[in-house]
Write a protein that binds this ligand. Structure first.
Ligand SMILES: [Zn+2]
Length: 248
């Protein structure tokens, strides 16, 4: 069974990436998203070290959006070799950067993705309406990947109309994940992908441990439960989606 882990910060994990990939036997390939200039360059290096196995993105996370003025140029420079732009987006829960900085960096990265014809990886926390409006206004919807999607049915149905892809992570398998599962039930499998968000958000029975790509199958199994499908079928469909989105 071949999974694709579409959001796996291998370069932010202190452990040996070769070992983590090696024990992820059911994982065909992973996407390593950059969150700033340094981690975007590190993702590019991992992609060169593991060709066909690790794909890199280049971007600036909303937590560090205040750095766009100093790091934007470098991130743009790495973009042509990346499979996607991001991780960008808005996080109005933790607000580690000002809302103004987050919105500027998000819009700049959307413009870059549109210019290069690449997809964009979007982090969305407590900012559903703002992200909806920006995606709608810019027309980036069909190239948008909403990573670690946690929206309930109402927001999920609204975002579906924009043509986005939804990437599900550990929360869809959490005991407390009923809202996420109700949202996932609204998503047609051909609009979904799976991820671990390594090293964060390990799914049960590993909660609290550092996450790793091999556990993406636990996310896929939770989706299979939501959709009433065989786990193998979820792997086939979500991996085909990932290939189309990132390597099409
Ligand atoms: Zn991330």
């Amino acid at each position: 069974m071949g999974w694709v882990d579409t959001h796996c910060h291998l370069q932010l994990d202190g452990r040996d990436p070769a070992q983590l990939l090696d024990r992820a036997r059911d994982v065909d390939w992973v996407v390593a998203p950059g969150v700033d200039l340094e981690s975007s360059a590190a993702a590019r290096d991992l992609a060169a070290r593991f060709p066909g196995k690790v794909m890199a993105t280049s971007g600036l996370h909303p937590h560090d959006a205040g750095l766009w003025a100093v790091q934007g140029e470098g991130i743009v420079g790495l973009a042509p070799d990346a499979v996607a732009i991001g991780e960008t987006g808005l996080d109005f829960y933790r607000n580690l950067a000002s809302r103004e900085h987050q919105i500027v960096a998000f819009r700049q990265q959307i413009a870059l993705a549109l210019e290069l014809g690449k997809p964009i990886v979007v982090h969305c926390r407590d900012a559903f309406s703002e992200i909806f409006e920006i995606i709608e206004e810019t027309g980036i919807g069909p190239r948008s990947i909403l990573h670690c999607w946690t929206g309930g049915p109402r927001w999920t149905k609204r975002f579906l109309t924009l043509g986005v892809m939804f990437s599900f992570a550990g929360p869809v398998a959490f005991e407390t994940g009923d809202t996420v599962r109700l949202g996932a039930a609204e998503v047609p499998p051909e609009r979904a992908m799976v991820e671990t968000d390594t090293p964060y958000l390990a799914p049960p029975p590993h909660r609290g441990e550092p996450n790793e790509p091999g556990w993406v199958a636990l996310v896929g199994a939770a989706l299979a439960g939501v959709w009433g499908m065989a786990v193998e079928e979820v792997a086939t469909i979500t991996s085909a989606n990932a290939t189309r989105v990132f390597r099409g």
